[in-house]
Write a protein that binds this ligand. Structure first.
Ligand code: 13P
Length: 291
């Protein structure tokens, strides 16, 4: 069943948990995310990033995401991730997406505010929740593949809590993506998260906060982040790396015999399903199943 971003965040707030957002640019990832949510009874967000258009076009995966979410017994938000073009956002909302992220983090502050305001009006038309980003993760999800590394190497700019208050009230956003030490892609070494950023923002605004670059973080850091106000965690890279490893296992053990594509897709699905279930349990932060 469909639950929009705003209501998802409210559920997360009531239960002091984070909703898992899995980017799903393949049928394997999409099915794995929905099956994991149904099995565990936790709400889930499935997402398509504008930068994943080369993997599978929005026109193909978008209607499939909405249809499967409607049919699912789990609470599901169908979200547009890292969108930089408002025309692309409108297309997703017209398909039935009920959450969207406008990513203006690469823009000067005033322009980020102005564009986020347009996005907010558009989302309101469709009863969808809006996520916006302040500060910068350094690497852009939309457009190029993230390099990973450390926050310093990526040129991250941590979210400024003072500016966050102005940003939240000026844009009317429903969830705020924060830069506080995570990066998109593979980490080089342990990430060092700055929880003060989250605590300071939440002191002034009880706004739901979002962690990007959410795969590859330790369970301890997830718990601390959730307890500091993170209500949604975006998870992609480490899941698809596990799926890739499962496929590599099949190829490596083929010993020159034919390798069947369906064996690869099934192995990828199994690896994602297992990883997503483990991840959702951690993000639940001790909350009981909700569905
Ligand atoms: P990772 O790919 O690093 O897990 O980040 C996902 C993300 O933030 C998508 O918005």
């Amino acid at each position: 069943m469909l639950v929009n971003l705003t209501d998802m965040c409210a559920i997360a707030e009531q239960n002091n948990m984070a909703i898992a957002q899995f980017d799903t640019p393949s049928l394997e990832a999409l099915r794995a995310a929905l099956d994991a949510a149904e099995e565990l009874g936790y709400p889930v967000m499935i997402a398509h990033a504008e930068g994943h258009e080369p993997f599978v076009p929005l026109d193909v995966i978008g209607p499939t995401m909405v249809e499967l979410a409607e049919r699912s017994s789990a609470m599901v938000c169908v979200h547009l991730d890292h969108c930089e073009n408002l025309s692309y956002m409108r297309r997703a909302l017209e398909m039935g997406f009920n959450g969207a992220m406008f990513d203006g983090s690469y823009l000067p502050y005033e322009k980020n505010v102005e564009m986020s305001q347009y996005a907010s009006q558009m989302c309101a038309e469709f009863n969808a929740g809006l996520e916006c980003e302040l500060g910068s993760m350094g690497s852009r999800e939309a457009g190029v593949r993230p390099e990973g590394g450390t926050a310093e190497e990526s040129g991250a700019i941590y979210t400024n809590p003072e500016q966050a208050s102005d940003f939240i009230s000026s844009t009317g956003l429903d969830a705020l993506a924060c830069s506080f030490g995570t990066v998109h892609g593979l980490y080089k070494g342990e990430p060092h998260l700055n929880y003060d950023v989250l605590t300071e923002i939440r002191k002034k605004n009880k706004v739901p906060l979002v962690m990007h670059g959410g795969s590859g973080v330790s369970d301890e850091d997830y718990a601390k982040s959730i307890n500091a106000g993170i209500r949604k965690i975006n998870y992609y890279t480490y899941g698809v790396v596990r799926a890739g490893e499962a496929v590599r296992g099949i190829v490596d053990s083929s010993a020159g015999k034919p390798v069947y594509w369906h064996d690869m897709t099934m192995a990828a699905y199994d690896a994602l399903y297992t990883d997503f279930k483990k991840t959702m349990r951690v993000f639940a932060n001790g909350a009981k199943p909700i569905a």
